[in-house]
Design a protein around this ligand. Structure first.
Ligand code: F6P
Length: 326
């Protein structure tokens, strides 16, 4: 029998569509198993400040379809200090919170891992990030929505690009990862995809664009992953325009647009499933790792592995994108 009676849930790092569905699932599973659920606001910052409130089933009504996170989110500098983590622990004790569900990405799990080893607080993580850059899950919560948003935006850009014989560079988020870029590229039929995992030189890109121009493509779309330097696509486009003047060149940076909006069905179901399992895992005495879904099965991955040397881009995706761009 578990001794857990009070459980805390929070969202941390960059928000992702589907985080609300995950919060709802955790709170409702707590109700089902007769535990008290506490919402911690603003991630680790709120834990340090004691910004904590009890939540019931009705606190999470009408949020399954909403983007963002009702619990707010933050990237906490203070939680990286032992003093910050001590304050956080004291606040948990004050509320009698005995276990945590942390919804976020690599920064969130790094913090959770240190905290739970220092203070012996069971923590289960849920993968909440649009980047899809964690080991131990086929998809992260928010990724599918972000890719759909990117593809819808690129479709619109295609209309104007083809009307004007233009070359468009479209920059998408994904801090160190090309996952959003490559999937959106395939879905929206881009001519080229530039990602950190398989770097392409400007000369290689120009070759591709020349091939398109010589086969009478009236416009071209290049999807570029932000790759840790948001906005770098402006410089890239300038350089390409100088060396290859066939098209008039434009840049659209989708940026934070990809973080918003109503989550897709896939993200809602993923978040709901993992939220319930998170509570059940904690009740079974499991902690110290992230839950994901791999091949339709719920999988537990220790935090250190979930965030280590992540390179889960399937090279097949780039191959397909390449073949279809001729
Ligand atoms: O990790 C999610 C993400 O949206 C990345 O794709 C992006 O690089 C980063 O967060 C942006 O963070 P911020 O909102 O703090 O600028």
């Amino acid at each position: 029998m578990s001794t857990i009676q009070n459980l805390g849930v929070f969202t941390s790092g960059g928000d992702a569509p589907g985080m609300n569905a995950a919060i709802r699932a955790v709170v409702r599973a707590c109700k089902y198993y007769e535990l008290k659920a506490y919402g911690i606001y603003r991630g680790y910052d709120g834990l340090i400040a004691g910004d904590i409130e009890e939540m019931g089933s009705r606190s999470v009504s009408n949020i399954i379809h909403r983007g963002g996170t009702i619990l707010k989110s933050a990237r906490s500098a203070e939680f990286r200090t032992p003093e910050g983590r001590k304050k956080a622990y004291e606040n948990l004790k004050k509320h009698g919170i005995q276990a945590l569900v942390a919804i976020g990405g690599d920064g969130t799990f790094t913090g959770a891992s240190v905290f739970s080893s220092e203070y012996d607080i069971p923590v289960i993580g849920l993968p909440g990030t649009i980047d899809n850059d964690l080991n131990g899950t086929d998809y992260t919560i928010g990724y599918d929505t972000a890719v759909n948003t990117a593809a819808a935006a690129i479709d619109k850009i295609r209309d104007t690009a083809s009307s004007h014989n233009r070359l468009f560079f479209i920059e998408v988020m994904g801090r160190y990862s090309g996952q959003i870029a490559v999937r959106a590229s395939i879905a929206a039929g881009a001519e080229a995809t530039m990602i950190p995992e398989e770097p392409m030189t400007i000369e290689q890109l120009i070759q591709l664009l020349e091939r398109g121009a010589s086969s009478k493509k009236s416009s071209s779309l290049v999807v570029v992953a932000e790759g840790g330097s948001p906005g770098h696509t402006i410089e890239l486009a300038k350089e390409v325009q100088e060396k290859f003047g066939y098209y008039d060149t434009k840049v659209t940076i989708l940026g934070h647009l990809l973080r918003g909006g109503s989550p897709t069905v896939s993200d809602r179901v993923l978040a709901s499933t993992l939220g319930v399992h998170a509570v059940e895992f904690l009740l079974k005495g499991k902690s110290g790792g992230m839950l994901g879904i791999v091949n339709n099965q719920v999988k537990f991955t220790p935090f250190e592995q979930a965030i280590r040397n992540v390179d889960n881009l399937d090279p097949e995706m780039m191959r397909i994108a390449g073949i279809l761009s001729v």
